[in-house]
Design a protein around this ligand. Structure first.
Ligand SMILES: C[S@@+](CC[C@H](N)C(=O)[O-])C[C@H]1O[C@@H](n2cnc3c(N)ncnc32)[C@H](O)[C@@H]1O
Length: 209
């Protein structure tokens, strides 16, 4: 490695460390109210996801979770509608054959993607409008569509874990979250599909085994 590359790597890792410390400090100041810092959520995904399975992530954003999942998955499909975010993910993963960056809305891509999948699948449903540069589509939260597509394809899958982020937002009586279904919708969906469910770190988890 050239010295200038080593210096760039070193600076990037120092920036990441500072970011991580800042997130943890802010979490402590909120007395550990949700959401948990992103490195904690990612660690929980690794603990509860099926090992060596296919991952389907909605909402690529910067691609950091997709990159982490690629270290343990047989394949990662990550979906992002915002063009600049998609382009940068496509460039980031161009040499990583595990990660398939897909451009579009999850509600448009699921009907064609899910029928092509089989075996063990982990779904990380995190594709929603989050302010800033993120995409605001026809709905801020497409989870109803995503779940109905998953139900329609469940028979083709073996073991399945569905993880839905930001459970604190599933309260449509709050104006900001009017496009989110009530949390009971998630519980009913899990029960109807014969899945066990629980919540930790603001993530709704359900599984069919
Ligand atoms: C909270 S960020 C995702 C963070 C990422 N999953 C991670 O773990 O690092 C939400 C992302 O969802 C995208 N998004 C918005 N609407 C979407 C939709 N209908 N389908 C898929 N992604 C969507 C946004 O552009 C944004 O990049």
């Amino acid at each position: 490695m050239f010295l200038k590359d080593w210096i760039a790597d070193f600076r990037a890792s120092r920036r990441a460390e500072r970011g991580l410390r800042g997130e943890v400090r802010a979490w402590e100041e909120r007395r550990y109210a949700s959401p948990s810092p992103s490195h904690i959520k990612r660690s929980v995904l690794l603990r509860l996801g099926i090992p060596n399975a296919t991952w389907v992530e909605t909402g690529t954003f910067m691609g950091d979770t997709a990159a982490m999942l690629a270290t343990v998955a047989s394949a990662v499909y990550t979906i992002e509608p915002e063009n600049k975010l998609y382009q940068s993910a496509a460039a980031r993963f161009v040499h990583d054959s595990t990660v398939h960056a897909l451009h579009g809305l999850s509600e448009d891509i699921f009907p064609t993607l899910l029928p092509t999948l089989s075996g063990d699948i982990n779904f990380w449903l995190d594709g929603h409008y989050s302010g800033g540069i993120t995409h605001q589509g026809p709905t801020d939260c497409p989870v109803r569509d995503e779940l109905s597509n998953i139900s329609a394809n469940l028979k083709n899958f073996s073991r399945v874990v569905v993880m839905i982020d930001d459970v604190r937002c599933f309260n449509p009586s709050v104006p900001e979250y009017k496009d989110y279904p009530d949390i009971n919708y998630l519980v009913d969906w899990a029960r109807t599909n014969g899945m066990r469910w629980h919540i930790e770190h603001d993530i709704f988890f359900c599984r069919n085994f």
